[in-house]
Design a protein around this ligand. Structure first.
Ligand SMILES: Cc1cc2nc3c(=O)[nH]c(=O)nc-3n(C[C@H](O)[C@H](O)[C@H](O)COP(=O)(O)OP(=O)(O)OC[C@H]3O[C@@H](n4cnc5c(N)ncnc54)[C@H](O)[C@@H]3O)c2cc1C
Length: 451
């Protein structure tokens, strides 16, 4: 009996071995399997991974390397261009097939189509799998499929009429590697870690990789009952904090979905639905990371205010909830969803700075920076998205704080200046007055409506 040819598995944002369709498919071929990761930020269009994401990626690749090595396998690291790197590896290993999981980002879709064509021209077989979302982008549609659904509730209703998300599959057992491994770059050669090493303390906060993701999911399951009532309270750890693990594919969204069965899980599953909705919108509207989904917003009279932008980025606006949120982001690479909504709203409404500036800052500083979710979040916050809060609903940061951080635990955690006894002398006065900023935002919006 002849041994089947080798297959390459091209890992991207699916850095795990359990419930990974490409990994399973390659293992099922029965021949040697060569796991590959190619660092090719030039292929991500305008959105190569930001600094916080690169830190996470380094740690996540190290974790994947370790779990492969525990099975006698390796993770081969190369630099892009991806097509050339895969072709060279196929030649070096005698692989005749390349498999991967598909992505919804526009640049990834273009790149993958070009890579598939280049590989096929050289006689290689390629296979790709839908796995990044609960429902494959493009498959959830209403009565008129030519008009993509733009409202979350309609999208979610249509999605729930489809068969439920598949049960997660275990990792395949006993995967064989090639007799001779091709050369790999050392992980450090990818230059992903920041210099100077500002993220050093993050190793105490985060555990990137599949084992860390599964541990986070287990911890969350134990407190799932608190999620529906607690998810908006800023100082409570009621949400899952799975977002970076889901972004890097260290657990699959199906694993998260099936872990949250029962009445308490409904609210959480709905948030996973928002994640699917983000991918759906990005898939149908590939220009949405840069351009408002409501075209009239292209004429919005945004201000140009570098000092205001800097104050927002540094958490020095004089609005405690906004500043606590921005410092949580800077210190940890993550921010609570309610805080993202309030801090984002402050940028686009109180300061009237373009939502794209906020999206860029989040992109660079979030460990869960995700093109679909970040675009959805910012367009929603700015009021220019498909299913956005109306522009004239302007969050009052002080009222939000009284409601969602009533005992000030969140703002005191992130703003040491405001702790009792600290003498708030160091804390800046508000850079804009709420009432005047609100009036100015509404006037700008009214002009837009008249336009
Ligand atoms: C301005 C703005 C920017 C955002 N940028 C991002 C981003 O870059 N990456 C990102 O993953 N999320 C983003 N979000 C969505 C949301 O804030 C985070 O997903 C959430 O705070 C992550 O925390 P969690 O894992 O504890 O969420 P949980 O409440 O435990 O939710 C579980 C999962 O569902 C998904 N999810 C939850 N809420 C949303 C949502 N509103 N939209 C899309 N998916 C959601 C996430 O994958 C999350 O991990 C943004 C929201 C706003 C308002």
């Amino acid at each position: 009996m002849s041994v089947p040819d080798a297959a390459l598995v091209w890992f991207r944002l699916d850095l795990r071995l359990r419930d990974n369709p490409a990994w399973r498919a390659a293992a099922a071929l029965g021949g040697p399997v060569v796991p590959v990761y190619i660092w090719a930020p030039q292929e991500d269009g305008a959105w190569p991974p930001g600094a916080a994401s690169r830190w996470w990626l380094h740690r996540s690749l190290a974790a994947l390397q370790a779990s492969l090595e525990a099975q006698g396998l390796r993770l081969i690291l190369r630099r892009g261009p991806s097509a050339a790197a895969l072709l060279r590896l196929a030649r070096a290993t005698g692989a005749t097939q390349v498999v991967w999981n598909r992505r919804p980002e526009p640049a990834a879709r273009r790149r993958d189509a070009a890579v598939a064509a280049a590989l096929e021209r050289q006689g290689l077989r390629v296979a790709s799998f839908a796995e990044a979302t609960l429902y494959e982008p493009g498959t959830v549609a209403g009565r008129a499929p030519e008009r993509p659904l733009r409202v979350f509730t309609a999208f979610w209703r249509a999605a729930q009429r489809l068969p439920p998300p598949a049960r997660p599959q275990p990792a395949p057992r006993a995967v064989a590697g090639p007799a001779r491994w091709p050369a790999s770059l050392p992980l450090a050669a990818l230059g992903l870690l920041p210099r100077p090493p500002w993220a050093d303390g993050w190793d105490r906060l985060w555990r990137p990789g599949e084992a860390g993701a599964l541990a986070a999911l287990r911890r969350f399951r134990a407190r799932l009952a608190r999620y529906p009532a607690g998810r908006d309270r800023l100082a409570e750890s009621a949400t899952s904090v799975l977002s970076p693990h889901l972004h890097f594919g260290e657990i699959s969204v199906r694993q998260a979905w099936h872990a949250a069965a029962g009445a308490h899980g409904e609210a959480f599953r709905r948030q996973l639905g928002w994640r699917d909705f983000g991918a759906h919108l990005l898939w149908h509207f590939p220009h949405s990371p840069e351009e408002p989904l409501q075209p009239r917003f292209a004429a919005f009279p945004w201000r140009d205010d570098p000092a205001g932008l800097r104050a927002w980025q540094r958490g020095r606006t004089g609005y405690p909830l906004v500043d606590a949120a921005m410092r949580q982001l800077w210190r940890t690479g993550w921010m609570h969803n309610r805080a993202r909504m309030v801090a984002g709203s402050f940028l686009v409404k109180h300061l009237r700075l373009p939502w794209q500036e906020g999206a860029r800052w989040f992109w660079d500083t979030l460990v869960d920076a995700d093109l679909a979710n970040n675009t959805l979040g910012w367009q929603w916050t700015a009021g220019c998205g498909a299913d956005a809060a109306p522009y004239f609903r302007i969050f009052n940061p002080e009222r939000q704080q009284r409601r969602f951080d009533p005992d000030q635990a969140y703002i005191r955690r992130w703003l040491p200046e405001l702790r009792p006894g600290a003498g708030a002398g160091n804390y800046p006065p508000p850079i804009v007055a709420h009432a005047a900023a609100r009036r100015a935002a509404l006037a700008a919006f009214a002009r837009l409506r008249g336009a």
